[in-house]
Design a binder for this molecule. Sequence first.
Ligand code: HAM
Length: 424
Amino acid sequence: MPKPKFTTVRGVHDSLPESFFTWRHIENIARKMFSLFNYEEINIPLFEQTSLFQRGIGTETDIVSKEMYTFEDKGGDSITLRPEATASICRAYVQHALYNKQKLNKLFFIGPMFRYERPQSGRLRQFHQIDAEAIGSKDPAIDAEMIILLMNFLKSAGLKDLHLQINNLGDLKSRENYSVELKKFLLEKGSSLDTDIKDRIKKNPFRFLDSKNPQHQELIELAPTNENFLDTDSLEHMDSVKSYLDSSNIPFTYNQRLVRGLDYYCLTVFEITSDNLGAQNAVCGGGRYDKLVEELGGPETPAIGFAIGIERLMQLVSESTIEESSHTKNPEVFIISLGTEPMSLSFKISNQLRENGIRTELSFDGGSMKNQMKKANRSNAKFAIIIGEDELSNNSAILRNMNDSSQEEITLAGIERIISEKIQ
Ligand code: HAM
């Protein structure tokens, strides 16, 4: 095999046809599930003004401070390839005043995201998300409904051994108070930490709780939790979410260390992990963001959402759970032409068959009968149509059943009807 001159850039993958069976299966189930829960599809641009993400996600987050694909366009504007969908969807919500249409907008989006992260298994620089946002309600029932949608979807996709973790981040005020306390604790007790880690703690102490470094685990264990900072409303909200989940038989772990890496979150946050993934074990993450819409210039609007990483999901979905219907179908008919004039006729017949809904493949580049028959076999077509000079002059064709190798002569007039009947 010659060495390719060009390959994909680091952290970016092609999706070849065979992986598309699984991909389409996942998208089909997602769309079905969203429709069941009354979500509408929305499309957002691949790139936005950089300041949208700085404002929306937070300048001290890993995403904004290190991972964005940002460039200046020819007009001198700073543009960023979207690293996630929430900020863009909220921008669209405000820009198009979707709040005038209905109080609660349930939206979903499926598409690629871009983050300049260190590539490893399950971590790419271009990856895909299934993203859902319910904008316009602060009812804890919507938090629970969203988690149920997610669990039902993952179960329908055939996933097992999943762990749902939830936490209560409280409102912005309690987050701020907790942040001050956590920072103080980490800087006092972690005096031997590297300077860059201390700098990061000063900017955003929550990120430290997410650290996977074994040397940080003891300090993380000892760090104060936010429970003393939560106000009554936040506590009641979480109690209500938990009881909805309990009554729907959705098991979960309440994990006070779950912080999530984006600044917009408040109250309910959640993550689903799988034992069957490596270090990057989060299949999905989400939470409430009651201030984001306002931050982007819209009215006060509570909201909640999640995003699932499709590539991580693909690692977990077993081929055997995929329905036959989501596989690419083989052609029903493969047309063999022996000569230039027969090929012109075959070309016309292929148009005619396809217009009648019959999946048809032509044999291109000519070749001997033996050669073309090999191609017909490889295509897995049910029937081959053979047209040579004799058939051309008789206005007929040979129809070969590829299963039992039986052959018969058929007339070209009404060929689509004859074939339709055979393939029933
Ligand atoms: P996130 O946790 O940054 O949340 O990403 C959600 C999911 O996207 C992750 O759980 C993971 O499956 C996948 N993912 C993230 N980064 C990568 C990567 N580099 N390579 C492969 N997969 C990745 C968000 O993006 C929020 N916008 C979710 C949300 C929606 N919150 C509220 N609404």
